[in-house]
Design a protein around this ligand. Sequence first.
Ligand SMILES: [Zn+2]
Length: 346
Amino acid sequence: MRAWVIRATGGLDQLQISDVPAEDPAPGDVRVALRAAALNHLDLFVVRGLPLQYRFPHIVGADGAGIVDGLGAGVRSVRPGDRVMINPGIPDYTCDYCRAGEQPLCLSYGILGEHRPGTLAEYVVVPEQNLAIIPTLPTPLTWPEAAAFSLVTLTAWRMVVSRAQLRPGETVLIWGIGGGVALAALQIAKLKGARVIVTSSSDAKLTAARRHGADFTLNHRTQKVSQEVRALTEKRGVNVIIDNVGEATWEESLRSLGRGGRLVTCGATAGPHVGLDLRRVFWYQWSILGSTMGNAAEYTEIVRLLSAGELRPVVDRVFSFGEARAAYERLDRGEQLGKIAVQIAG
Ligand SMILES: [Zn+2]
């Protein structure tokens, strides 16, 4: 099959199309003929080099959607020809954390395109538990939309709902609204009845964010976010902050966080090391919460909301399979509003 692979880590010029063998599904696994893939920041980190054991050539890509093509022994939940989306977080389904329903804590948790062969390929093999039938909607989901849904929506749901436990009427601050997790968090926060403040360095993205439901928009390049937040919240600060930036936003996040506030982080794109004055943590009774991916129950819930028309991924641009490197470059430049997708077939 054709696949985008890397044979060494480094710059985006390491990405190349290659012919590689397609895997056969093991018992309990399903082979999916991919129709589209979608990119995440994780995909950039994988090419640049993560501290994990790569087996080169390594097939990239975490998110994907396609048609069930082959079944391993014992698979009952899907049939060949089914149109499916893939939850890209793959646990072992056997350890204590998995049995307790907390798959993202699994001792051998892996993500497609990071720890296992990915979705920028004609075929991918995943456990049947990682598939969801693409719902039928009045305006049908496109393949790129279906591919763009899983990783960011699942990540944002766990952050906003399970970890921060955002309540109606609360105020949430979301950094960097161009990103897929941030946009999904905006949709989820509005669904939960919250007031949402979003930031970007791009006025065009802020204008678009208002169309997606943002109540207030701040340009973090030209405005002091914590001052504006205080003005918008009668000096109280926000209840919840959704931050995947890290070092560059940390201080301003803490200055924007109100009493009893919850700060949820799922990434550190601007660097991982931050300072923390513990006196502020206990006095203001803050919660600093980490979050990554989501569990099976959370995935079922977001697929239900997709079916109900309550959530829908925002696709920025679709590239052809041959142009996948250009898709990575657009992601790297941070030009997107929403998900960058790659059409693979169909
Ligand atoms: Zn496990």
